[in-house]
Design a protein around this ligand. Structure first.
Ligand SMILES: [Zn+2]
Length: 683
């Protein structure tokens, strides 16, 4: 270990002239540099210190000492200046030209500078985004100089090459977050509910390690681009005073759809100037006292209902679309109920939805995107009258997700694009995604990618890394300023390569998927090729599936939405498929057996597959019980569920899966709740 030297003149001098100007941090397992930090600490700095020390220790076996800048005791001549020190400023380190959360990695003489633009908020940010520049400098250094990769949450997923000597060659590079806001949303129910976890401390640790993994992939906001459906209170506030705010339905009423009891999802009449004025007035109220630097956009994301207004002014904004003529809603006046609003194939409103919850290209649903684009422009113009820097934030969603045909958006319109991307991720989906992304871009939008893609799949080993990555790269080159992915459901041991790709491509949008996947497979050492083959097998199974297949499976299995893959798990993972997967995984486990770390990682994959097998056994027993609901069938199903839960309890500390999320879907979505015996069914 190290011991402090009391005088700056007595320095441990391990800087070798022979190594040019490289900064030596560790020599043959011994520390030879210290981490110097500013006197006043703040959360991002504290976490950056912890991450830097931790990874260097894991790589080299030694922990570098930390001292405050004003502390006269110094340990080593070689220094990592972490955060902005007054001596760094004297050395010419200047952050003023860097963008928010931008950073610098610079090695020269005996000093390594890791520094960026930080704010004082919490790590990860809560309501207000935090700038993590110094932490990003650390991660950049760990990735590039130390070769560190973060495959999945927890220690086993940390790929940290052993280096008994760490010498940093001269370098100087700047970096900044590629996106203003990039997030894989962790479902709220995963955070709140501990049901499904045998030990709540495993739940807490899983979430903590998952959050750290997200941070290491820089999946946080520098500036928030998170805005949702926003006019939920308008019906309550204005239905008496301003009925003109609300969509004119074909029967002449301006009211919520039948079944939307409190009107929180009422559709609006977008062409009403009095509505725009109210929206801007609400925004003005909200921004009182907010500096122009942190001015939020005017949120114009409509309620969670397709566009419905049939008034002549709204209709005049629509571009010609032959689908208006064939749609019962627009041409014959049939009005869907609230429940039917996304499944109204017969109504053709949002024939934009499949029965299992995805959005398809409707043959019979006209696109209202031009009217929405006109609405966004109108609100922006009004808001700019209040503040010249105003922006508006709106959706491309439901029956207005296709690109507008004739309306150009004013500069300052940000579109949150909710594309028809989900699993199975087909080439047709990819084609329409690109066409409409490019269309919105061409119309002048800055774009936030907000797919519901990651909600599909349950714990099954589905794979869409390559198709997704190619589309992401396409979009990143064309106006993407942020992302919000709904949602990170945590099937780490079965969907690892796809989850890793989704995260990793956020820092390297230009990378080919093969390059990212190679990082993942490389962590399996001697089993690299065999693990790749195992996942390529799942890729083949995944790519063979069509939307029609999945729709048919759901229909035949009694329904369920796109979050309910557990209901059709046996249709995808047939016995033949599972046998072949087992065979391929066994080859990988054999190849890894002489390398402890690789063997542990291959075993991690095996636990994911075992979890799938036991899920399928439970599904099968439950189906038998539903077909023949007698006591013995129920007992058999309960036995299968108990075996599954026991297994999960035995592996839940290893971050195989988000056990709480799985249990929620199985109990509520698949109905397995009725099998519970000795636990609180209301849990
Ligand atoms: Zn209208």
């Amino acid at each position: 270990m190290f011991s402090p030297l009391v005088s700056t003149t007595l320095l441990v001098h391990c800087f070798s002239l022979a190594s040019g100007h490289a900064v030596e941090l560790v020599q043959d397992g011994n520390a030879c540099a210290e981490i110097v930090v500013p006197d006043s600490s703040y959360p991002v700095l504290d976490f950056a210190i912890q991450e830097l020390q931790y990874h260097i220790e894991r790589a080299s076996g030694t922990k570098l000492p930390v001292r405050k800048e004003s502390d006269p005791n110094t340990y080593f001549q070689n220094k990592i200046f972490l955060g902005l020190l007054s001596s760094s400023v004297k050395d010419g380190i200047d952050l003023s030209a860097l963008p928010p959360a931008g950073y610098l990695v610079c090695a020269r003489a005996s000093r390594l500078y890791l520094v960026g633009r930080d704010t004082s908020g919490n790590v990860g940010g809560d309501d207000e985004p935090t700038w993590h520049g110094t932490l990003w400098a650390v991660y950049d250094f760990l990735e590039n100089e130390l070769g560190v990769r973060w495959l999945w949450p927890g220690r086993l997923g940390e790929y940290i090459p052993t280096q008994k000597t760490i010498r940093v060659p001269p370098c100087e590079r700047h970096g900044a977050p590629r996106f203003q806001d990039a997030r894989l949303i962790v479902p709220q129910l995963s955070r709140e509910a501990t049901f499904g976890w045998a030990d709540s401390s495993n739940h807490d640790r899983f979430l903590k390690e998952q959050d750290t993994w997200l941070l290491r992939h820089r999946l946080v906001a520098t500036k928030s681009l998170q805005y949702g459906h926003t006019f939920g209170d308008y019906w309550a506030r204005f239905h008496k005073t301003n009925p003109e705010f609300f969509a004119l339905l074909p029967d002449g009423n301006r009211i919520p759809l039948a079944g939307d009891r409190d009107g929180t999802n009422v559709a609006l009449c977008l062409s009403q100037p009095s509505l725009w004025a109210q929206i801007v007035a609400d925004w003005q109220e909200k921004i009182k006292g907010v500096s122009s630097d942190s001015l939020p956009p005017v949120n114009v994301c409509e309620n969670d209902t397709p566009g419905l207004c049939t008034c002549p002014s709204c209709r005049a904004w629509d571009s010609p679309d032959p689908r208006f003529d064939i749609s019962p809603y627009w041409s014959q006046g049939k009005i869907p109920t609230f429940k039917e609003r996304f499944h109204g194939k017969g109504f053709g409103i949002a024939g934009t939805s499949t029965p299992w919850g995805g959005v398809v290209l409707p043959e019979d649903a006209p696109s209202l995107s031009d009217r929405y684009a006109m609405f966004y422009n109108a609100v922006l113009q009004l808001a700019r009258g209040v503040c010249p820097h105003a922006t508006v934030f709106g959706y491309a969603y439901a029956n207005y997700w296709e690109a507008p045909k004739q309306t150009h958006l004013h500069e300052g319109v940000i579109i949150s694009f909710v594309p028809p991307l989900w699993f199975p991720y087909t080439t047709e989906m990819s084609r329409t995604f690109r066409k409409n992304w490019q269309g919105w871009r061409h119309a002048g939008a800055q774009l936030v990618l907000r797919p519901n893609l990651m909600l599909a799949g349950h714990n099954l080993p589905i794979f869409y890394a390559k198709r997704f990555a190619a589309d992401f790269s396409y979009a990143a080159k064309r106006g993407m300023i942020g992302t919000t992915f709904d949602s990170l459901c945590g099937a780490w041991a079965t969907q690892g390569p796809t989850l890793y790709t989704i995260a990793r491509i956020h820092t390297h949008p230009e990378w080919k998927p093969a390059q990212i996947l190679d990082e993942y497979y490389r962590a399996f050492g001697p089993a690299k090729v065999a693990v790749r083959r195992y996942f390529e097998f799942w890729e083949k199974i995944s790519n063979k599936l069509t939307e029609a297949d999945v729709g048919r499976f759901h229909e035949e299995e009694g329904g369920g939405g796109f979050k309910d893959y557990v209901l059709i798990a046996d249709r995808i993972c047939t016995p033949e498929v599972l046998t072949e997967a087992r065979r391929l995984l066994q080859i990988a486990q054999n190849a890894a057996q002489d390398n402890d770390e690789a063997a542990a990682r291959a075993a991690f994959l095996e636990k994911g597959l075992r979890n799938v097998e036991l899920t399928l056994e439970t599904l099968s027993a439950y189906k038998t019980y539903k077909r023949r609901p007698d006591e013995s069938a129920k007992k058999a199903a309960q036995g299968a569920l108990e075996k599954l839960m026991k297994y999960r309890a035995s592996v839940e500390h290893e971050n195989i899966c988000d056990m709480g999320y799985l249990a929620y879907r199985e109990m509520r979505g698949a109905g397995w709740k009725e099998l519970l015996t000795n636990v609180d069914k209301n849990d």
